[in-house]
Write a protein of this length. Structure first.
Length: 176
């Protein structure tokens, strides 16, 4: 009988799940995927976007995307002269007298400040012109070339929010 009980105990032990093992001491763990920190300037994007629509144009190596009200002047425009690689951004802002300034672009992910100049003869505007080898050119193309809901343009404390449009990506891509 003892033999049967011993055999029965062995069978029960063999069929029972193994005891949990203690985890190895200080096992290395993979680092969590890092999210980029949110842009501290993102609050400006909650403002209502400007009224208007995007228009695009491409002829003789010049690509352009402009935002404005139909039958009116552009409020914001981006153009690319593909042969030279020069990228130009123009924002309808009045900043007198004509002077060096900064044109700041803001998206949910990042902001970038571009050296610019105000022009007040004719239609007042602030223009940033980036040569083909300008250090801000590639980051700008990366930032505004990717689809986003909206972006903002700030000059001298005045901010305008615009909806993003695929004509922006087409214009910027032509100047890569």
């Amino acid at each position: 009988m003892r033999t049967y009980l011993a055999a029965f105990a062995l069978v029960l032990t063999a069929c029972s799940p193994p005891a949990p093992q203690a985890p190895p001491a200080s096992a290395p763990q993979a680092p969590a995927a890092q999210q980029p920190p949110p842009n501290p300037d993102v609050a400006v994007l909650s403002a209502a976007p400007a009224e208007g629509q995007w228009f695009s144009r491409a002829d003789e190596g010049v690509f352009a995307a402009g935002f404005g009200v139909p039958q009116s002047e552009y409020q914001f425009a981006i153009s690319c002269s593909a042969p030279s690689g020069v990228l130009t951004l123009m924002s309808a802002h009045e900043l007198a007298p004509d002077q060096p300034t900064t044109l700041r672009l803001i998206t949910a992910v990042q902001s970038i400040e571009l050296p610019a100049r105000s022009f007040n003869e004719g239609l007042p505007n602030v223009t940033a012109e980036l040569a083909d080898n300008a250090p801000h050119k590639a980051p700008l193309i990366s930032m505004l070339g990717a689809p986003t809901d909206r972006f903002a343009v700030e000059v001298a404390g005045e901010t305008h929010v615009y909806p993003w449009h695929d004509s922006i990506a087409a214009t910027l891509t032509a100047c890569r």
